[in-house]
Design a protein around this ligand. Structure first.
Ligand code: HEC
Ligand code: HEC
Length: 355
């Protein structure tokens, strides 16, 4: 909380408490002057006002709420910012820390996660015959704990990727387990459907995950790495290198090898020109046969399956301006267990397709 709002709330809440307490004490102490008959002398429509003490039950409740309020001041961080942190604590990362709403949320999430992890290891992995995965997960956790915020450590990443490769066989076991798939499906709907669609069939710019056509590869370890680390597609923009006419020629060539499903009339001269350009500039990523390369996430351009669209205008736009599709990483948000379940679910989707 900012200094201003922290102080604002402190002054208001303490001020309110003191004001109410003050008013109560004042009314208890002040004795109005009474007439001879014991009334205050106020008269309304013939009704005269006595000065009687406040009822006991009412006073008890009133003082009770004031003390209750004081209790809150003691228990919780009531004098902001950070002058009085309160005596209440919650457990975060195995340590007792002062209560804040954020700490409370973290504490509950961690407690929940613990239950989930235990259940994952003792029930889900065990039922799928993949209990040995726990040893790999422990090593993975250990490596992940060494990562530092905002720092890229390629050596460490390599070791993490090596553990992910070791997890792959267990992902395959989970992919064959109906119970694990059910959980994976729910996790997918919560986290992934927004971009990939509820049926995982994708959308423009978001790949279809059910079709056995892969940017980054469809084996268990490749899918696991995609979800664990995230991916960024890097299709350069070509206007500067090729010029506008070069972009058009390259697009014409791409259409000629893709099946040209839109049946557009192709210009053979441009196709020939584009072929030479493709061989000089594009094969490094898309491969000599234009069938793509999972190492860089370059799509197969010959299969009539399009990430961004296969009409002339869209292909030209892709080549003209480049593309950079971003698949977020999920490990820090969901943890290794859920990443495994999601990889298993995605893997099962394309396996179902293959059958
Ligand atoms: C913010 C949008 C977004 C969300 C949310 C998202 N993805 Fe993706 N995902 C993408 C994009 C974009 C790509 C393609 C990256 C590229 O163009 O290089 C991708 C690629 C992938 C791939 C690789 C496909 C291939 O052909 O190799 C997999 C697998 C995948 N996502 C799974 C998931 C899973 C599982 C989740 C949920 C945990 C998820 N994605 C959530 C945007 C998203
Ligand atoms: C540095 C590697 C690299 C080079 C070089 C490269 N591409 Fe790409 N290309 C990619 C990647 C990666 C993607 C996917 C982008 C994404 O997922 O955001 C892509 C996507 C495309 C697409 C979109 C396919 C679809 O399914 O919608 C077309 C078309 C394309 N490239 C054509 C070309 C042409 C033509 C050239 C040469 C002039 C070329 N690329 C050179 C990496 C490359």
């Amino acid at each position: 909380m900012s200094f201003f709002w922290g102080s604002w709330i402190t002054i208001l809440s303490l001020g309110c408490w003191l004001f109410i307490f003050g008013v109560l004490v004042w009314t208890l102490k002040s004795k109005p002057e009474l007439e001879e008959d014991g009334t205050t002398g106020h008269e309304y429509d013939g009704i005269r006002e006595y000065d009687k003490p406040l009822p006991k039950w009412w006073l008890v409740i009133f003082f009770g709420t004031l003390i209750w309020g004081l209790g809150y001041f003691v228990l919780f961080p009531s004098i902001q910012p950070n002058v009085w942190k309160g005596v209440t604590t919650v457990e975060v990362d195995g340590q007792q820390v002062p209560w804040t709403s954020a700490n409370e949320l973290n504490s509950q999430l961690q407690a929940n996660n613990k239950v989930f992890t235990e259940n994952f290891e003792q029930v889900i992995l065990a039922n799928a015959g993949a209990s040995e995965a726990t040893a790999v997960l422990a090593k993975l956790n250990e490596l992940q704990a060494q990562r530092k915020d905002g720092e890229e450590n390629q050596e460490l990443q390599k070791q993490i990727d090596a553990q992910l490769a070791l997890l792959a066989p267990y992902v395959d076991k989970l992919a064959a387990d109906p119970e694990a798939q059910k959980i994976g499906n729910r996790l997918f709907l919560q986290n992934c459907a927004l971009c990939h669609g509820t049926n995982a069939e994708g959308n423009l710019g978001y790949p279809n995950l059910t079709d056995n056509d892969w940017l980054y590869g469809g084996s268990a370890d490749q899918i696991l790495m995609t979800i664990h680390n995230g991916r960024v597609g890097a299709m350069p923009e070509w206007t500067k290198t090729l010029g506008e006419s070069g972009v058009k020629a390259a697009a014409e060539y791409v259409m000629s090898i893709s099946g040209n499903q839109n049946q557009e009339t192709l210009d053979p001269a441009k196709v020939t020109q584009g072929k030479a350009m493709f061989e000089a500039n594009c094969v490094a990523c898309h491969g000599p046969d234009a069938k793509g390369m999972t190492a860089v996430g370059a799509p197969n351009l010959t299969d009539d399956i399009w990430l961004f669209g296969g009409d002339r205008k869209t292909i030209e736009e892709t080549i003209r301006k480049g593309r950079a599709g971003v698949m977020p990483e999920w490990q820090t948000k969901l943890g290794n267990e859920r990443v495994m379940l999601l990889a298993a679910y995605v893997r099962s989707l394309s396996q179902n397709q293959a059958q």
